[in-house]
Design a protein around this ligand. Structure first.
Ligand code: ATP
Ligand code: MG
Length: 555
């Protein structure tokens, strides 16, 4: 991890400082507990940076624990994707990855312990009946007729549940707490249910599976987690977390602390919605570069450092808020501006013919890879009779504000010569296709000798040596800042979130991929090669433009 990454303190670090000072703990143990039912997103990155970051800074450890209690929705492919993403972000978990399912035997034993203590019972009420008995936020619940079943019967029934003698939904195991509690989660929550499902880790061994609230706290205790950090929606559940730990015979008492989730404008960060985007083919897959997933951001050209920096800048609080997309983009722009080598690409080409340069002749030019960093070295470009420039960089006539190429006027081609436009050729639709020019051979790396002022600079690609390429330009995936608040969030999808351009890049780029993975294509933005790119058909993703365009979009 770069030494420049410093983390400001937050309320969780203050709690840890206090616990270390008071001697409550002498080491810090955290965990990151993803459910393997989808890919990780930028919200998870916040949790990852918090949990692993704390472990690093306090020379403690952080476990990666798959919270795999819902076999129907989980898959080993998600397990692998999650491991890849956490590693890519630059973090190492302690030992092997863990699974809640590693503890199914112990969890089952603790459930039996609760039954034996008269603190759990098997309920045969229907889901409908249970819903009615739960009460509301204002009205207390009512006791189930099974609440006072004797311990032996409960033990026998739980054994039968475990042996697969009941159907899904026929019965469940509930903790016996308080049907009048003001915390709904304490009104005799379900802790085990019947599920005749194959599990990616435990196969067909189990047909009862523990619920999240029962599993999580016990897994934390088994692993000796000191600080169990989760998002605010689990605030009420902390009562249940503590109740379970208090009522089973386990040594360790981990404590849960809650922080606010990351919400990001113009996207969705809920796995349910991301799954829908993928399954309904609104995007190309989990790693579509428009997705807020770690895999999508990686394919888009984000660096691990830029995502960690984002997580530092947003901080950790208990306040819910919505973070602007421009904050995320600023982090990658700051990184790439310093670390990405420059190159040239033309996204919407028209041809320039340099009439005073004979056909077949070409001039070799050395160009710096970075204007402010000599250590990045130089590259060799050829400059021949035919050159590509952007269509928007030429006008037949224009006022002085247009500092690009105009008929009868001069402009500098970046890293090369000053050229003058002589005449233009158009197609049947009146669109310029070719501009005929002359070049001034005495202007390589210097101003014209006679003091002529040439202000504009445009980028170009050599026609003879440049490589054809496809460019994918991405816009926000949704038209509204908070798509999750819409009745149907998929109706708010931006139909123009992907624009594909066919143009040219300077030669050899795919043979010199920079360490950081991305280039700045001068004047057009930061780009990286897409995973579908081949040397015969180059495909570039635009990571981000050179400037913040969000203000413009909203205005
Ligand atoms: P989702 O709501 O996207 O389905 P989740 O909480 O169900 O998320 P998990 O795989 O259970 O997904 O999450 C693993 C960890 O990441 C949890 O500790 C969770 O609190 C945290 N996490 C999930 N989403 C966010 C977010 N937007 N911001 C911060 N932390 C998050
Ligand atoms: Mg969850």
């Amino acid at each position: 991890m770069a030494e420049t990454e410093h983390r400001p303190t937050n309320f969780i670090r203050q709690i840890i400082d206090g616990d270390l000072a008071s001697g409550l703990h002498n080491t810090v143990k955290t965990r990151f507990p993803p459910e393997p039912n989808g890919f990780l997103h930028i919200g998870h990155a916040k949790s990852i940076c918090l949990n692993f970051g704390i472990a690093q800074d306090y020379t403690g450890t952080c476990n990666l624990r798959f919270d795999d209690t819902n076999p129907a929705k989980e898959d080993i492919s998600f397990v692998n994707a999650i491991k890849e993403d956490v590693s890519w972000l630059g973090f190492a978990w302690d030992g092997e990855e863990r699974y809640s399912s590693n503890y199914f035997d112990q969890l089952h034993g603790y459930a039996v312990e609760l039954i034996e203590k008269g603190l759990a019972y098997v309920d045969f009420s229907t889901q409908e009946e249970m819903r009615e008995m739960r009460g509301t936020l204002k009205a207390p619940g009512t006791n189930s007729p099974y609440r006072d079943t004797d311990i032996d019967t409960n033990k026998r029934e739980f054994e039968k549940m475990t042996a697969g003698e009941y159907d899904e939904g026929q019965c469940c195991l509930r903790a016996k707490i308080d049907m009048a509690s003001s915390f709904m989660c304490m009104r005799d929550p379900v802790i085990y249910r019947v599920k005749h499902a194959h599990h990616h880790q435990t196969g067909d061994k189990w047909c009862v599976y523990p619920m999240y609230d029962f599993t999580h706290c016990i897994s934390d205790a088994i692993e000796g987690i000191s600080h169990s950090l989760c998002t605010l929606e689990f605030q009420d559940n902390r009562r249940l977390y503590d109740w379970v730990i208090e009522n089973i015979s386990i040594e360790c008492t981990p404590r849960q602390y809650e922080f606010s989730r990351l919400n990001l404008e113009y996207t969705v960060l809920s796995k349910r919605r991301l799954i829908q985007l993928v399954e309904e083919n609104h995007v190309e897959g989990w790693d579509d570069p428009r997705m807020p997933t770690i895999a999508g951001l990686r394919r888009r050209g984000y660096t691990p450092g830029s995502i960690r920096e984002f997580c530092t800048r947003i901080g950790v609080t208990k306040m819910d808020n919505m973070v602007e997309m421009s904050m995320l983009e600023a982090c990658i722009r700051d990184d790439l501006n310093v670390n990405a080598p420059r190159a040239m690409a033309v996204l919407d080409p028209i041809k320039l013919v340099i009439e005073n340069l004979p056909e077949g002749e070409s001039i070799t030019i050395e160009a710096p890879n970075h204007p402010n960093d000599e250590s990045m070295g130089t590259r060799t470009l050829s400059f021949g009779r035919e050159i590509w420039i952007e269509a928007e960089d030429f006008r037949e006539s224009a006022n002085k504000k247009f500092k690009r190429l105009v008929l009868d006027k001069e402009v500098r081609l970046r890293n090369a010569f000053v050229v003058k436009a002589l005449r233009a050729e158009k197609d049947a639709n009146d669109k310029v296709t070719t501009v005929y020019c002359s070049y001034d051979p005495d202007t390589l790396g210097k101003d014209p000798a006679d003091g002529r002022k040439v202000k504009g600079v445009i980028h170009w690609v050599d026609g003879a040596t440049g490589a054809p390429a496809q460019f994918r330009l991405y816009d926000r995936l949704f038209n509204v800042p908070n798509p999750a608040a819409e009745e149907s969030f998929t109706d708010a999808i931006n139909p123009a979130s992907l624009e594909v351009k066919e143009g040219w890049v300077e030669p050899g780029l795919d043979n010199r991929i920079p360490k950081i993975g991305a280039w700045q294509f001068e004047r057009t933005g930061y780009f990286c090669l897409d995973k579908h790119s081949t040397s015969d058909a180059l495909v570039f993703n635009r990571t981000v433009g050179l400037r913040d365009t969000w203000a413009k979009i909203e205005g």
